[in-house]
Design a protein around this ligand. Structure first.
Ligand SMILES: [Zn+2]
Length: 168
């Protein structure tokens, strides 16, 4: 996942190869065009972005802007906002694609399956009955045929709508 993300983000950012040490989760929110990097919502301390190589359709990540590698380094404001953005994401995804359930979580460290383990990110993976056998979010990347641009265009209005309702 690490390589796929970096290659794709490098392409999006117009670089043949990502610069050494570039962090895609720091770079993505620096882009002006949300749609170009699939950012669904920008909060004050964290943002929501589509995973471009999802474990399931509608897999999003909530990332703090701060380049920190673990949850215990987040302050109270950031912790609260990440949970509020989790509520936002669940509600918005439910409106668009009516999943039967969700997996939520984080992979901290390479040993835990963290692809980009230097920048904490919280996964939200929609699930449907029978979509697959139980698949922990540490499973290997699955590339799905769904067009991410179409998915983004369906999800973004729902995120805007729910964010307005939640006064985020
Ligand atoms: Zn970073």
């Amino acid at each position: 996942m690490d390589h796929l993300w970096r290659d794709r983000m490098a392409y999006i950012l117009g670089a043949a190869k990502p610069p050494e040490g570039m962090c895609v989760f720091c770079e993505a929110p620096r882009q002006a065009d949300d749609a170009a990097v699939y950012i669904l919502h920008r909060g004050r301390l964290a943002y929501v972005i589509l995973n471009i190589f999802p474990y399931n359709t509608g897999h999003v990540m909530i990332n703090p802007y701060a380049h920190i590698d673990s949850i215990e380094k987040l302050d109270d404001d950031a912790l609260l906002e990440i949970m509020q953005l989790t509520q936002l994401s669940l509600a918005a995804i439910r409106r668009v694609s009516q999943p039967h359930g969700f997996n939520l979580g984080a992979n901290l460290g390479k040993a835990a399956g963290g692809g980009i383990d230097q920048h904490f990110h919280f996964h939200i993976v929609p699930r449907w009955q029978g979509d697959t056998n139980f698949m922990p979010i540490v499973a290997h990347t699955r590339v799905l045929p769904e067009n991410l641009d179409d998915l983004y265009r369906r999800l973004r209005p729902a995120f805007d709508e729910v964010a307005y309702e939640m006064k985020l």
